[in-house]
Design a binder for this molecule. Sequence first.
Ligand SMILES: Nc1ncnc2c1ncn2[C@@H]1O[C@H](COP(=O)(O)OP(=O)(O)OP(=O)(O)O)[C@@H](O)[C@H]1O
Ligand SMILES: O=C(O)C1=C[C@@H](O)[C@@H](O)[C@H](O)C1
Ligand SMILES: [Mg+2]
Length: 170
Amino acid sequence: MGAGKTTIGRLISQSMDKDFYDLDKVIEDNAGADIPWIFEREGEDGFRKRETQALASVAQSDKGDSVLATGGGIVMREENRDILRENALVVYLYASVAQQLYRTSKSNHRPLLQTGDPKATLKKLFEVRDPLYREVATLVIETDSRHPRSVANKVLDAIKRHLKEETTTS
Ligand SMILES: Nc1ncnc2c1ncn2[C@@H]1O[C@H](COP(=O)(O)OP(=O)(O)OP(=O)(O)O)[C@@H](O)[C@H]1O
Ligand SMILES: O=C(O)C1=C[C@@H](O)[C@@H](O)[C@H](O)C1
Ligand SMILES: [Mg+2]
């Protein structure tokens, strides 16, 4: 959470002239309700079911030619990791817990952080999720000491390099 998926995803979709989807927004549009409401009424489990459905439907309808920003917990389900691996070039935006805490502190829109100790929550989630993100990622990009535009440029360069390597080795 707060790694910059939504911010950077939008920037790189503009630079690449591709459509942009934010999975949290797709889930909200499908539900006709916002994420805090879904967590309150259906719990995290209900939210995760909606998240998998939304991911599967975007993967199926999209021809792999758009940019998708996921929610922070997308890697928790094996099914989601399989969908990502099979359909996408996955970029893991790495942010330290300190940066995640700073970047999420201005919003109260993330139900999992509405606790007495958001830093401890972020740390626990990071320990579980960081290895899963690394398992599924094609590219890992460090974001801590960079402005969003500079992170986006780094992602664009890394994607170009990756695609070039792929064509020269195939
Ligand atoms: N590289 C960066 N440096 C400083 N601030 C950033 C950076 N990237 C994003 N931000 C800011 O951090 C906040 C959270 O970013 P954003 O919503 O894009 O994160 P996210 O990864 O999509 O989070 P979530 O997992 O909750 O969807 C925003 O206010 C954004 O402007
Ligand atoms: O990290 C998470 O588990 C979440 C991140 C957000 O993007 C939303 O998907 C939701 O608040 C859960
Ligand atoms: Mg987001």
